[in-house]
Design a protein around this ligand. Structure first.
Ligand SMILES: Cc1cc2nc3c(=O)[nH]c(=O)nc-3n(C[C@H](O)[C@H](O)[C@H](O)COP(=O)(O)O)c2cc1C
Length: 384
């Protein structure tokens, strides 16, 4: 059977559903050109802003590795270790909008059929700040950007009206999305933070503002570990550290849980999945939960900066899986596992008669009083 890796997502045609996420692999025009030459279906630029950016006086990203026989976790390079995660406290692009504008145009001229998404970020505390979103959006789309991704999720901002602090406030999410939609002629994706209690609420805010897709996840708030010998954080400047972002293998299951919530709540909407993807089986999880594209950062950073080998494995893995399962395109398997994620009380018990969802018994409310839904469950299982 003929298989095709191409997908249509938010009205745009991608030659394959694999994108480089907004991060160091996409921080320059030379990297992005190399990424398109390597065959990535799309690229999201490193986030572009209007305010001056100055990064910390030390490493911005490090990689945590695990030793299988001892359980040791450390950022020190040592043989026989496996990647656990990336940790970063890098801010958005330190290059100005004026630097980016001609380069966006040049990239699109060189690769007209590849999808270039401009990631943008501004504040939201005043009308002037909101107007910055429009300035960024118009400048990028005028140069040929095919879509805009709103960074509502950068975890390193002290400002209450920026980055993940917007992403924690569903009203602000709505307002910012709406402000950008007022001027956008291209699809608008909202990249949400995983650092909230119920990401469905924030996604609803984005869709209310007119978002065409949700991207999830950005990195998870976290600290580097303290070295037991030196008693210093493994990443620090003058002994100090602040909360940074965790990416890579460690966040794959965490990010999937967020994505399952999102795709179940909005089965007809578009989602771009990120978090811990290095090989096709990882990406497959996101597709089976309902994503139409996926994005990769940490794995690409560790593979010649833009991930040519990662992409090759993703493509051959997808091709092989489609042939094995008899799928012609992503539409044949997208969302197949979405409805298999259910509330705990829906999971079959060996003795269903004696299970009451934790509600009946001495000292507990009855299931009637507590009324949490279908308790106890009938046996449920996969649909035929
Ligand atoms: C060093 C570094 C810098 C990043 N910079 C940005 C950024 O500018 N904008 C953004 O939206 N996400 C940024 N991210 C988040 C990534 O795009 C991605 O959401 C996250 O790393 C999870 O994907 P992964 O597990 O494949 O790394 C950055 C991540 C890292 C590691």
């Amino acid at each position: 059977m003929a298989t095709q890796l191409g997908v249509t997502f938010t009205g745009l045609h991608f030659e394959n559903p694999f994108l480089l996420a907004s991060a160091p692999p996409t921080e320059s025009d030379s990297n992005i050109m190399r990424a398109f030459d390597a065959g990535w279906g799309g690229v999201v630029t490193k986030t572009i802003g209007l305010h001056p950016v100055v990064n910390v006086a030390g490493p911005k990203t490090k990689f945590l590795r695990a030793t299988s026989d001892t359980g040791q976790l450390s950022m020190q390079k040592r043989p026989g270790t496996a990647l656990h995660s990336s940790w970063n406290w890098e801010l958005i692009s330190d290059k100005t909008l004026d630097w980016w504008v001609p380069r966006i145009s040049r990239i699109k001229q060189a690769h007209p059929s590849r999808i270039l998404v401009a990631s943008i970020m501004a504040g939201s505390g005043s009308d002037q700040e909101l107007a910055h979103w429009q300035t960024l959006a118009k400048a990028c789309q005028d140069e040929g950007a095919d879509a805009l991704e709103l960074n509502l999720s950068c975890p390193h901002m002290d400002r209450k009206d920026m980055g993940s602090n917007i992403g924690k406030d569903r009203e602000l999410i709505s307002i910012v999305t709406q402000v950008v939609k007022e001027v956008a002629r291209v699809p608008v994706w909202a990249k949400l933070t995983p650092s909230t209690t119920d990401i469905v609420l924030e996604a609803r805010g984005a869709f209310r503002g007119g978002a065409d897709a949700i991207t999830s996840s950005n990195t998870f708030p976290s600290l580097p570990l303290i070295d037991p010998e030196t008693l210093e954080f493994e990443v620090n400047v003058d002994g100090y550290v602040s909360s940074g972002g965790l990416g890579g293998p460690a966040i794959l299951p965490l990010s999937l849980a967020k994505m399952a919530q999102l795709t179940q709540a909005f089965p007809d909407k578009s989602f771009s999945g990120i978090g811990g993807i290095a090989e096709f089986p990882h990406a497959l999880n996101y597709f089976l939960l309902g994503c139409g594209t996926v994005q990769i950062c940490t794995a690409a950073m560790l593979d010649h900066a833009i991930g040519p080998n990662v992409l090759r494995k993703l493509q051959t893995g997808m091709q092989a899986a489609m042939e094995r399962h008899g799928w012609a395109s992503l539409d044949d398997f997208r969302g197949h596992m979405r409805d298999r994620v259910v509330v705990h009380s829906k999971i079959r018990r060996p003795d269903a008669e004696s299970y009451h969802g934790g509600y009946v018994g001495e000292g507990y409310a009855s299931s009637v009083d507590a009324a949490i839904g279908d308790v106890p469950p009938a046996a449920v299982g996969p649909k035929a």
